[in-house]
Design a protein around this ligand. Structure first.
Ligand SMILES: [Zn+2]
Length: 110
């Protein structure tokens, strides 16, 4: 079973629990995947670097996040086809992609 470390804290294994955030590389937003604990801080850092570079900051749309996650887990599954945690995480993302629009509405209601 292969571990994929969170690139920010270099501690957590994000193979089956990744969170898409972004960072600026040569003034261009680039997606990278971090652990649950790093996610908020990574987004805040991205927001601050956008502001200091005069680049408009917008949250990543939920469906875009889910699509990125699907690709990430599909890559992990190619590396470790027997890792049940990754299979489960991928299934969860695919399930949420199917109900995405419903979820967005219920979030507005909350
Ligand atoms: Zn982390």
């Amino acid at each position: 079973m292969r571990l994929t470390r969170c690139p920010r804290c270099l501690a957590e294994d994000i193979s089956a629990d990744a969170h898409p955030s972004r960072r600026l590389v040569d003034a261009t937003p680039v997606t990278f995947f971090v652990c649950r604990d790093c996610y908020r801080a990574a987004e805040l850092e991205f927001q601050i670097s956008c502001e200091s570079s005069n680049i408009g900051y917008a949250r990543l749309p939920i469906r875009e996040s889910l699509r990125l996650l699907r690709g990430f887990y599909q890559d992990r599954l190619r590396e470790s086809p027997d890792d049940g945690r990754v299979t489960e995480a991928l299934q969860e993302v695919e399930r949420r992609l199917l109900i995405g629009p419903v979820e967005r509405t219920s979030k507005l209601d909350a």
